[in-house]
Design a binder for this molecule. Structure first.
Ligand code: CP3
Length: 341
């Protein structure tokens, strides 16, 4: 079994598995080259292009997993929501969902044609199963989706926001509309995860980028049950990772209903392991350290590995995505260092 899948099921493989969130993307010159002239969401919908971008970092860095090149906004687009990813801004929703009647209109949308996703994953898994050495040490593909709260935050705010006041006030002022919105988002994410697993993904990650803006009580009451519903869609089929940023106060709640938990760079792994006995952990090299010289990065990576030994098992990753300005040769060297540790 590949090291990633061993670690996600609570075992300690002979080499530590490593992959990087946002490994496919702007840190790679071959990505910038191939993306020229194609908009972000459109490039996710062209199977050959999405497959090629997914495979670029695997060939270059020899990471232990591919992460499917897509975006948490893609299922919204496939469900007919008018969403775009504006360069330098991020996701923008043409008609934000602000009222109970906006929610009623939204939940009429259903996931449409998804054949291009299935086809992209077929191309990817075909290449990942045949290694250069011809051995059976294939590389798993990780599928993913946005968690219901992060999707809902974009739908309500209409664009990236720091404190998600519009979303959090809808949650508190109209709990029924909020529940209907979250149910729709959870089922959309669940359907997107299921589709990727059906097509050949070997693990999934649910990204809750904005959950950290919530107090624990609101997260537990109004958000966590919907994330668990999305995660439950592939329970028992593949290992499930759950990840959010700024979620140090939510870790116990986020660990319920998942197989493994991603930890951001703010919480040391030994501290997370003490709070979450028996839970496989992923993380948590500080992305800023990628930009601060090799010696400091190497020492930090060894510290992360040492702290990760307190967990039942450990998948090395960053504590958030690869910054676009990262020198890709540093990432390759980091993978070699982790594999030798
Ligand atoms: O290697 C990978 O992780 C590739 C797949 C991937 C992308 N987005 C590609 C992408 C994944 C897993 C995501 C998840 C995603 N998308 C999240 C959750 C993770 C996180 O970072 O917190 C969120 C919140 C989004 C929404 C989104 N899409 C944002 C905020 C942005 C950045 C906007 C900008 O221009 O700064 C995007 C765009 C995006 N998604 C890019 C990539 C490679 C960059 C766009 C480009 O290259 O033109």
């Amino acid at each position: 079994m590949p090291p990633l899948l061993q670690a996600l099921s609570g075992h300690r493989p002979s080499t530590l598995p490593v992959w990087f969130m946002r490994q496919a993307g702007r840190s790679l010159p071959e990505y910038r080259e191939i993306r020229q002239g194609t908009k972000m969401i459109e490039s996710c919908l062209i199977p050959e292009l999405a497959a090629e971008i997914t495979l670029q970092p695997v060939r270059r860095h020899r990471v232990d997993a591919a992460i499917f090149f897509s975006d948490i906004m893609v299922p919204l687009r496939l469900a007919g929501v008018d969403v775009d990813i504006a360069p330098g801004i991020g996701p923008v929703i043409a008609s934000p969902v602000r009222t109970a009647s906006d929610v009623r209109a939204l939940v009429e949308h259903e996931l449409g044609d998804t054949a291009m996703i299935t086809e992209a994953i077929r191309i990817i898994t075909a290449e990942l199963s045949t290694t250069p050495s011809g051995e059976a040490d294939w590389t798993p593909l990780i599928g993913f989706a946005g968690a219901p709260f992060t999707l809902a935050a974009y739908l309500v705010e209409g664009r990236p926001s720091r404190d998600h006041l519009a979303a959090r006030s809808l949650m508190l002022s109209d709990p029924d509309a909020w529940a209907a919105l979250m149910e729709w988002c959870a089922d959309l994410s669940g359907a997107f995860l299921t589709l990727q697993v059906d097509a050949g993904a070997s693990a999934v990650q649910l990204f809750d980028s904005w959950a950290g803006s919530l107090p624990l009580a609101d997260y537990a009451a109004h958000v966590a049950p919907w994330s668990r519903r999305a995660l439950a869609s592939v329970e028992g089929r593949v290992p499930r990772l759950h990840f959010g940023t700024g979620t140090g106060h939510l870790l116990e709640e986020m660990a319920r209903g998942t197989d493994a938990l991603g930890i951001d760079y703010r919480t040391p792994l030994d501290e997370a392991a003490a709070r979450l006995p028996g839970v496989p952990l992923q993380g948590n090299i500080d992305p800023a350290r990628l930009l601060s010289g090799w010696a400091a990065l190497e020492a930090h990576a060894h510290d992360v590995i040492a702290r990760g030994r307190s967990a039942v098992s450990h998948v090395v990753n960053l504590g958030h995505g690869v910054p676009p300005e990262t020198d890709p040769t540093i990432l390759t060297r980091l993978v070699e260092t982790i594999h030798q540790a």
